[in-house]
Design a protein around this ligand. Structure first.
Ligand SMILES: Nc1ncnc2c1ncn2[C@@H]1O[C@H](COP(=O)(O)OP(=O)(O)O)[C@@H](O)[C@H]1O
Ligand SMILES: [Mg+2]
Length: 255
C-alpha cells in the first residue's frame, strides 16, 4: 500500500529548476533510497515533501491526504519527519532533552514522553550520552541524536538526509543496522544517501535524480547497471567503457 505519493513535483528558484516534474511512490514498510550526484535536487525534494518549501507545482500525498504546501509542523504531526543534512541539535540541552522535544510532538504526558525518548535513545545506541550536552558531541553521535529526536516524534515516514556522510566505516555499519531496526519497528524510510554501498543492500527501491529530473527508478540491482545512472555519477567516458566491457570482457589494464 502506498504511504507517500509525489506527483509531478517541481520547485523552481528563479530560473533554476531544482526539482523538475519528479514523481515516485513510497510503499508502506519499505526503504526507498533517493540518490543522485551533488546538486541533483534531493534535499529540495525533501524540503518540498516535509513542508519547508512550498513547491512551484505538483502534488504530495501522505496516506491519501493532500499535504502539498502544508507547513512543516503539520506535516510532522501527520507523520512525515525529516532529518537535516547539517545537523542542528539544541546545543545547550542534553541528549535526553533534545529527544524529549521530539517526543512532545505527539505525547502530552511528561512521563510517557520520557519513556518514548529513552526507548529511542537506547535504539540509537545513545544511552552513554543521555546526559551529555548536545553541542559537545562528535559529529557521528550528533547524527544519531538527530535520528533519535525525529524517531521520538513517532513518524510513519522517516526521511533521512545524508545521515552517513562523514562517518567512519564502523559508524556506517551501525547506521545501516539502525535503519533496518527502525523499519522493523514499523516505520517507512525515505533515505538520501551518497554512500552507495550502504544504501544499495538495504533499499527495496531506488529513485535517482540528476539535474532536478528523475532519471531512473527500480530495485537496486537494476539501478547499478542503468546506463544513465552510471553516466550521471561517473561521466560519459566511463559509461561507454563499462558498456564495452560488459560486451567484450574487461579491457587490458594498460589500454
Ligand atoms: N533555497 C535555495 N535557493 C536557491 N537555489 C537553491 C536553494 N536550495 C537549493 N538550491 C539549488 O538547487 C539545486 C539542487 O540543490 P539540492 O536540492 O540541495 O541538491 P542535492 O541535495 O541533491 O545535493 C542546486 O543547484 C542548489 O544550488
Ligand atoms: Mg542535499
Amino acid at each position: 500500500m502506498t504511504l507517500l505519493s509525489v506527483e509531478h513535483l517541481t520547485m523552481a528558484f528563479g530560473s533554476l529548476v531544482a526539482a523538475d516534474n519528479v514523481s515516485f511512490n513510497v510503499e508502506r514498510g519499505s526503504i526507498v533510497g533517493l540518490l543522485g550526484p551533488n546538486g541533483a535536487g534531493k534535499t529540495t525534494v525533501f524540503n518540498c515533501i516535509s513542508g519547508y518549501y512550498p513547491p512551484t507545482s505538483g502534488k504530495v500525498t501522505l496516506e491519501s491526504r493532500d499535504i502539498t504546501r502544508a507547513p512543516a509542523y503539520k506535516v510532522a504531526r501527520l507523520g512525515a519527519v525529516r532529518t537535516f543534512q547539517v545537523v542542528q541539535p539544541l546545543k545547550e540541552l542534553s541528549v535526553l532533552d533534545n529527544v524529549l522535544i521530539g517526543a512532545f510532538l505527539k505525547e502530552k504526558s511528561t512521563s510517557k514522553a520520557r519513556g518514548v525518548a529513552n526507548r529511542c535513545i537506547d535504539l540509537c545506541h545513545l544511552s552513554e550520552y543521555r546526559d551529555a550536552l548536545a553541542g559537545e558531541l562528535p559529529i557521528g553521535i550528533k547524527k544519531r541524536l538527530e535520528m533519535a529526536r525525529t524517531l521520538a516524534s513517532g513518524p510513519k515516514l522517516l526521511m533521512l538526509d545524508e545521515t552517513m556522510a562523514g562517518l567512519t566505516s564502523t559508524e556506517v555499519n551501525t547506521a545501516v543496522e539502525l535503519i533496518l531496526k527502525i523499519r522493523e519497528s514499523g516505520v517507512t524510510l525515505l533515505v538520501v544517501e551518497h554512500i552507495m554501498e550502504a544504501i544499495m543492500p538495504i533499499a527495496d527501491k531506488v529513485v535517482v535524480l540528476d539535474g532536478g529530473k528523475k532519471i531512473a527508478e527500480g530495485p537496486p540491482r537494476e539501478i547499478i547497471e542503468n546506463e544513465q545512472v552510471i553516466k550521471a555519477y561517473f561521466g560519459e567516458k566511463y559509461s561507454k567503457r563499462m558498456k564495452q566491457e560488459r560486451q567484450n570482457g574487461p579491457a587490458p589494464a594498460h589500454s
